[in-house]
Ligand binder design. Sequence first.
Ligand SMILES: [Zn+2]
Length: 102
Amino acid sequence: MKPTEVDGLELADANQIARKYVCSTCWGNLGVFFSDNGLYKVVCLHDGCSYLGLVTRKYAEDQRTKSRIDLIEAKENLGKIMGIESENKDKTVEEMLKGLGY
Ligand SMILES: [Zn+2]
């Protein structure tokens, strides 16, 4: 068992955690598995992930959105520095996010 693995749970509790939370390391989905102790454990489904804990899905989604906004702003700033006109020049952040499917 990894030191931070969530283990020793009843199935309903493990399923609820897997629905509400994601991995704090990679923000990936969690899986529920039968454990050696006869109960259930929740682990990250990504191979090789160090899985240091849990964060809520909402937190992960908010961070992803913030990262996308930061990327858009960084591209805009880099374009200005390099003298390249942006395709998003006259769009609001909301319009750019909508263009990304949000
Ligand atoms: Zn992970």
